[in-house]
Design a protein around this ligand. Structure first.
Ligand code: PEP
Ligand code: CO
Length: 451
């Protein structure tokens, strides 16, 4: 499949003449230039071969022949670039994909929100505490969380540290996968110690047994192995920090296109999706598959303008709309957004993000999400797409393989009072292991019901 042509008047720097929101201001511009020059010289984190192969997978999902599982932290921390945490994240995504495979005779496309998810949009540029105002924490790629002037000052060198950690993370993930860790014949590799006593454990193990039995049955009857030695695993992050993204954008003459090789699948956040803004300008010239978060205030005109800017040639797999309305608003907004796309005969891959429209603050100041609302938005998304004659081709989740207490509800019935016990996120609340498995089971059931 050939990617679409390079648009007119575009270059990796053309975004610089547009209004760029959510960007840090670096005091030392020489240090910034030298970091960007170094980043531009370092080898890429992913290859265009992988990027094109993901685009094909996404085209299949857009067509109804695959389902995407995209998940990971709201924001990765440099400190958490550790083997155990990476392994747990991979395990939970593999377990979920195994459960989802049971729900459908279609491949699951696995995409981690990882190996580069280090920059965060913030609603306020400044944070004030006790009469002191400092720049907001914008993710480890930009500054540091402690409320001290020196920590909150954007530091260009952090981009190099982020690049290195992204590479370390993906290197480890690739080795695990190549070494057979992800082999579907051995799901026992992915068991998490603390999860054996979970209310979800027995249902999960029953399911795993039936998957391995059917795999074995199929393979002995046909004499063929269903899965080759390795599965595919892709990575994604929000392409927020434009100088960082630009530094890793390369022209590949053998493909005649520009690729952002810092990740397979960069997406545009809801706050930076202004059609006349710098992010859309930057993204429109990339050959990568790209996503855009779609929220309640996106008008029909905006939806259609995004498609025209980002996928004028209607390349399959190129453009994903990741909708995030909230459990109460989805009924009003998803049908009209689907209509807006159909009205111009366009096609996108639809993914539901049931997390970001359902965030709230508790009286004690914890950012949380109710599990029931997450489930409800997801259920509505399946139903609305079916009723509108379109296909929900994936889900986008904030989750962790750790035993955190950040979202309320789920099989163990976490309450508001439980949040303090293991609340680790610096930004958005994530589903913990059990809650993530429960979501996967719901999706598996839904997908089966749709057939
Ligand atoms: C996110 O995905 O963490 C995020 C900030 O999402 P959105 O742009 O949808 O608000
Ligand atoms: Co988030």
């Amino acid at each position: 499949m050939k990617h679409a042509s390079i648009p007119n008047n575009w270059s990796p720097t053309s975004w610089q003449s547009f209004e760029a929101s959510q960007q840090p201001t670096y005091k030392n511009s020489e240090a910034l230039e030298s970091v960007l020059a170094e980043l531009g010289q370092l080898p890429p984190i992913v290859t265009s071969w992988e990027v094109e192969s993901l685009k094909k997978e996404l085209a299949r999902a857009q067509n109804g022949d695959a389902f995407v599982l995209q998940g990971g932290d709201c924001s990765e921390n440099f400190e958490e670039c550790r083997s155990e945490i990476i392994v747990q994240k991979l395990k939970i995504l593999l377990q979920m994909s195994l459960i989802m495979i049971m729900g459908m005779e279609k491949p699951i496309v696995r995409i981690g929100r990882m190996a580069g998810q280090y920059a965060k949009p913030r609603s306020e540029n400044m944070e004030s505490r006790g009469g002191v105002s400092l720049p907001s924490y914008r993710g480890d790629l930009i500054n540091r969380p402690p409320f001290k002037a020196e920590d909150r000052e954007p530091d260009a060198k952090l981009m190099l540290r982020g690049y290195e950690r992204a590479a370390l993370t993906l290197n480890f993930v690739r080795s695990l996968i190549d070494g057979g860790f992800a082999d579907l014949h051995h799901p026992e590799n992915w068991d998490l110690k603390f999860a054996s006593k979970s209310p979800m454990a027995s249902e999960y193990h029953k399911l795993v047994d039936s998957v391995t039995t059917s795999l074995g049955f199929f393979e002995s009857v046909t004499g063929k192995s269903i899965y080759a030695q390795r599965i595919e695993f892709y990575v994604s992050h929000e392409g927020l920090h434009l100088p960082y993204e630009q530094a890793q954008t390369r022209f590949l003459s053998h493909r005649d296109g520009w690729y952002n090789l810092s990740t397979h699948f960069p997406w545009i956040g809801m706050r930076t999706a202004d059609v006349r803004g710098a992010h859309i300008e930057y993204f429109r010239g990339l050959a990568n598959p790209i996503g855009v978060k779609i929220g309640c205030d996106f008008s029909e005109k905006k939806i259609q303008a995004l498609i025209k800017a980002l996928n004028p040639d209607s390349e399959p797999g190129r453009l994903t709309f990741i909708t995030r309305f909230g459990s109460e608003q989805i009924e009003e907004h998803l049908p009209r957004v689907i209509k807006a796309v159909k009205k111009i005969d366009a096609d996108v891959l639809w993914i539901c993000d049931p997390m970001h429209g359902n965030t709230e603050m508790t009286a004690k100041g914890y950012k949380t999400r109710h599990f029931d609302r997450i489930l409800s938005e997801l259920r509505s998304a399946f139903r609305i797409h079916r009723d509108s004659g379109s296909y929900l081709g994936g889900v986008h989740l904030e989750l962790t393989g750790e035993n955190v207490t950040e979202c309320i509800g789920g099989a163990r019935g976490l309450k508001e009072a439980d949040l303090a016990r293991a609340y680790k996120s610096q930004v958005d609340p994530r589903l913990n292991y059990e809650q993530a498995i429960e979501i996967a089971m719901l999706i598996a059931r839904r997908l089966r019901a749709q057939d």
